[in-house]
Design a protein around this ligand. Structure first.
Ligand code: TGC
Ligand code: FAD
Length: 391
């Protein structure tokens, strides 16, 4: 006997946990995804190139750039609404969600949270519309997990600052109009707003990536970059400045990766219903059903965790350790789901005709950036044991 299939998210009644406004945002982002993004995803990934400016303007028109920030042209929406938008974007491609995360949660957030009124007025409205693109330079060639040891240095020269150093693996780097750059100073780590045209500032694309191909990743070189005193972010002192921004972006990833997982699972369920092996639908075999059931459990738990963390964020009680719990769990499970879905498609699963190998390849970067899985494990371990494994 056959029954009509149930959608995986329906088993967890996730829809009922969202407000009408959050569902409307989901519909709007999904519409853009279906019409403007999905037809091009395989091509952008294969070519390793995206129309970043056009995309930024489209995301700006939709209102998702800095949508969780208040004022300066931003919508001031809740954390779950932002999360739902990340989920829908990452169901398209992690690289496109990254463009939005880096713009809104890293570059815009840094200026919004730590910037002067003048910096906010100058940059945020144009970044919210996507007219201007931002990047966030924390990682260096020798210091990724341990940014406290960064070598980039800013020294005072009269009223000016002069920056020297190299930042590596910077999303949106070579298409950015503005870079938020973190540097050592005599008073500890400070942040700077660096307009892309400043003499001594150059950005080069990193080539031959096999993950996050639909995303611009660059090296930033700062060679005697002279900035006025007004380029300093006055509100950020020490490593807590950049780490505060990372919390925002990591939160978006908790939701986002569930979008990649859901896209894989939906595609796989449809494929397994159609594909016949041994003269029966692939979906009718117990081993396939076990994979589908196990993946649905992890997807549902991940969605519930994301919404729970979102409600905590809206209540103002979310801790950075709780964000680590969400980032570690949901990225790990999404990657596992993408790989398992790939097996169900057999050889077809290794092509760009289907999304799983693309999502799986992308999720390898997501596992590493915004704090590797090992770093989040150690953050949780520190919370549980009281002992820091970093010191
Ligand atoms: P630690 O001694 O633990 O902390 C130094 C200061 O920072 C504060 N702090 C935080 N503040 C806000 N949010 C957090 N998550 C925080 N974690 C720590 C802490 O309270 C302290 O403040 P204060 O005032 O006492 O000075 O620092 P540590 O040197 O031991 O390092 C801790 C560790 C390893 C967890 C941290 O360095 C870390 O998270 N490393 C990972 C680096 C990372 O995630 N980089 C990401 C770069 S950006 C990116 O990848 C973008 S990808 C594109 C996309 O998002 O789509
Ligand atoms: P390392 O820090 O060298 O780590 C190597 C390995 O050692 C990892 O497995 C790590 O988990 C492990 N390790 C490190 N410390 C410990 C420890 N204490 N105990 C046990 N194991 C440990 N950065 C930005 O600043 N801005 C961006 O926009 C940005 N975008 C990115 C886009 C992409 C596509 C990628 C891949 C990266 C991006 N990054 C960005 C950089 C990213 O944040 C770093 O790659 C990440 O923080 C890890 O640093 P690393 O690559 O230097 O690895």
């Amino acid at each position: 006997m056959t029954k009509s299939p149930t959608h995986p998210a329906a088993l967890f009644a996730v829809d009922g946990l969202l407000t009408d406004e959050e569902r409307e945002i989901r519909t709007a982002v999904r519409r853009l995804r279906d019409r403007e993004l999905s037809p091009h995803l395989a091509e952008w990934f294969e070519e390793g190139r995206i129309p970043a400016r056009d995309l930024a303007r489209q995301f700006g028109s939709l209102g998702v750039l800095g949508m969780h920030l208040r004022g300066y042209g931003c919508a001031g929406l809740g954390a779950v609404a932002y999360g739902v938008a990340c989920l829908e974007l990452e169901a398209a491609d992690s690289g496109l969600r990254s463009l939005v995360s880096v713009q809104g949660s890293l570059a815009m957030y840094a200026i919004w949270k730590y910037g002067s009124e003048e910096q906010k007025q100058e940059w945020l409205p144009a970044m919210a519309t996507g007219e201007r693109i931002g990047c966030f330079g924390l990682t260096e060639p020798d210091f990724g997990s341990d940014p406290a040891r960064m070598r980039t240095r800013a020294r005072r020269d009269g009223d000016d600052w002069v920056l020297d150093g190299t930042k590596m693996w910077i999303t949106n780097g070579s298409v950015a109009d503005v870079a938020v750059v973190w540097a050592q100073t005599d008073e500890g780590i400070r942040g700077f707003v660096v307009p892309a045209g400043t003499p001594g500032f150059t950005a080069h694309d990193i080539k031959r990536k096999l993950s996050l191909r639909a995303s611009v990743t660059s090296e930033l070189v700062l060679d005697g970059v002279r900035l006025p005193g007004s380029a300093l972010l006055p509100g950020a002192r020490g490593l807590s400045g950049p780490l505060g921004c990372l919390n925002e972006a990591r939160f978006g990833i908790v939701f986002g990766v569930m979008g990649a997982a859901l896209d894989c699972l939906e595609t796989t369920i449809a494929y397994a219903a159609e594909r016949e092996v041994f003269a029966r639908p692939l979906a009718s075999f117990q081993l396939t059903q076990q994979k589908l059931a196990d993946m649905t459990l992890e997807l549902g738990k991940g969605l519930l965790l994301a919404i729970h963390l979102g409600r905590l964020k809206e209540a103002g009680t979310l801790t950075s350790e709780q964000v680590s719990v969400g980032k570690l769990n949901n990225v790990r499970e999404a990657l596992d789901i993408a790989r398992t879905c790939r097996t169900i498609l057999g050889a077809s699963g290794v092509t760009l005709e289907y999304p799983m190998i693309r999502h799986a390849a992308n999720l390898e970067s997501v596992l590493t950036y915004e704090g590797t899985s090992e770093i989040h494990t150690l953050v949780i371990g520190r919370a549980l044991s009281g002992h820091s494994a970093f010191a």
